[in-house]
Design a protein around this ligand. Structure first.
Ligand SMILES: C[S@@+](CC[C@H](N)C(=O)[O-])C[C@H]1O[C@@H](n2cnc3c(N)ncnc32)[C@H](O)[C@@H]1O
Length: 388
């Protein structure tokens, strides 16, 4: 009999003892049966100062997690690998070891020397949402020192990252992403939110997702690719190009933060076309509606003031965006992303797909709003109607 399985488990136990276990997955079920999880995903967590093994059971339509002490967790996985699954993959901080069993009961091992980021242990909800300042990518992005302390210059970005991760975390808890989901960050810029997004979804929550940043500036794309490779973020990719010409094969969650003017509409249009489950945008400068509105006479005393017109146009741009999304069957929220003292671009719109939703009276409401404020055109509407 091959010693592949015993070697796999002794290596796992050693990784646990050394604190080097990142995750362990069991996959390829022996029987195709909806009652059997498609895979099991185990990772170390810390709950009330106790280290446990959390095993997530991933079914086609849901996930269920259970916490075990290490001995019982490993015993459970060991039994599952013999009775339910053919394959096991162990990820440690410096290697990957896979065991593959055949139908006939033969088992073989394959080892690869690859480095993985150390596991994020916090499980408690409050701690869980805080991005640990010692994550190495934060240093590469210039937000923290080599010792993992937030620099004075990085404080604002670090705060934004934490707030962003908190929002993302809430959304994916309420509305779980499908297995193998593709998350796209359009207009990813220098990537600090993209890296935090990936690290949280993959390394903290242990989700099976890929993340792509789309950015038109080649130097930023190149820099982000290097940092992703250094951190071994193998499911994080950066694509150079314009949002409107990007063609993903699937798009489950769309992010577009501070993408200029109508680039936000291009991103929302991509999300709508792909029927993304979740969309999150924080619009940037809004020029289009302001240019294309004719202020009604009774509103002139208010909107003849440039600053008030600018704010009104921004409000209309975003309010109408939310209504277009509702018309397409999404539940939306518009709220302050982070306080104004940190950035002037502080409105965030989130949209979550509601199966069977018809959009209620959103179309009537947006037409009434456009008429009241003299809005002649909205770029997102033109995209939706195929007029540009
Ligand atoms: C203000 S930055 C924001 C970066 C990042 N999302 C953030 O919030 O930190 C906007 C980025 O979007 C990129 N961008 C703007 N319009 C774009 C378009 N149409 N296609 C791709 N990238 C675009 C810009 O080059 C810039 O890097």
């Amino acid at each position: 009999m091959s010693d592949a399985l015993p070697t796999f488990w002794t290596t796992t136990e050693r990784a646990v003892q050394d604190g080097a276990l990142v995750k362990l997955t069991l996959s390829k079920p022996r029987r195709k049966d909806p009652a059997t999880p498609r895979n099991l995903y185990a990772r170390p967590v810390e709950i009330r100062d106790e280290r446990l093994l959390q095993v997530t059971h991933r079914y086609a339509d849901r996930e269920e997690a259970k916490n075990y002490d290490y001995d019982s967790g490993l015993a459970y996985l060991r039994e599952q690998l013999v009775t339910v699954y053919y394959n096991g993959d162990l990820f440690t901080t410096d290697a990957k070891l896979s065991v593959m069993q055949s139908r006939k009961g033969n088992a073989r091992l394959r080892g690869d020397a690859v480095t993985h980021a150390p596991p994020v242990l916090a499980h408690n909800r409050d701690k869980h949402r805080d991005v640990a300042a010692d994550r190495p990518y934060l240093h590469a992005l210039g937000i923290t020192t080599a010792e993992g302390r937030v620099t004075a210059a990085g404080r604002r970005k670090y705060k934004q990252i934490n707030k962003f991760v908190e929002i993302i975390d809430g959304l994916v808890q309420q509305h779980p992403l499908p297995a193998g989901a593709h998350v796209v960050d359009m207009g990813s810029g220098s990537g600090y939110l993209t890296f935090a997004l990936y690290d949280h979804l993959v390394n903290t929550l242990g989700l099976d997702v890929r993340v792509t940043g789309v950015e038109l500036r080649p130097a930023l794309v190149e820099q982000c690719r290097e940092i992703a490779a250094e951190n071994n973020f193998t499911g994080l990719h950066f694509v150079e190009g314009y949002i409107d010409s990007y063609q993903p094969e699937r798009l489950d969650m769309l992010i577009a933060l501070h993408a200029c003017d109508t680039a936000t509409d291009d991103a929302l249009f991509q999300g709508l076309q792909a029927q993304a489950e979740i969309m999150i945008v924080a619009p940037c400068c809004q020029k289009q509606v302001r240019r294309d509105m004719e202020v009604p006479a009774d509103l002139r005393p208010l909107l003849d003031h440039g600053i008030l017109l600018e704010r009104q146009a921004a409000m209309l741009t975003d309010g109408l965006r939310a209504l277009y999304l509702e018309e397409q069957g999404y539940a939306t929220k518009v709220f302050e992303f982070i306080p104004l003292e940190h950035t002037a671009k502080n409105v965030m719109i989130t949209a979550v797909k509601q199966p069977g939703a018809t959009g209620g009276g959103a179309q009537v409401q947006r037409e009434a709003l456009k008429e009241r404020f003299g809005v002649r055109r909205h770029y997102l509407e033109e995209l939706l109607e195929g007029r540009c």
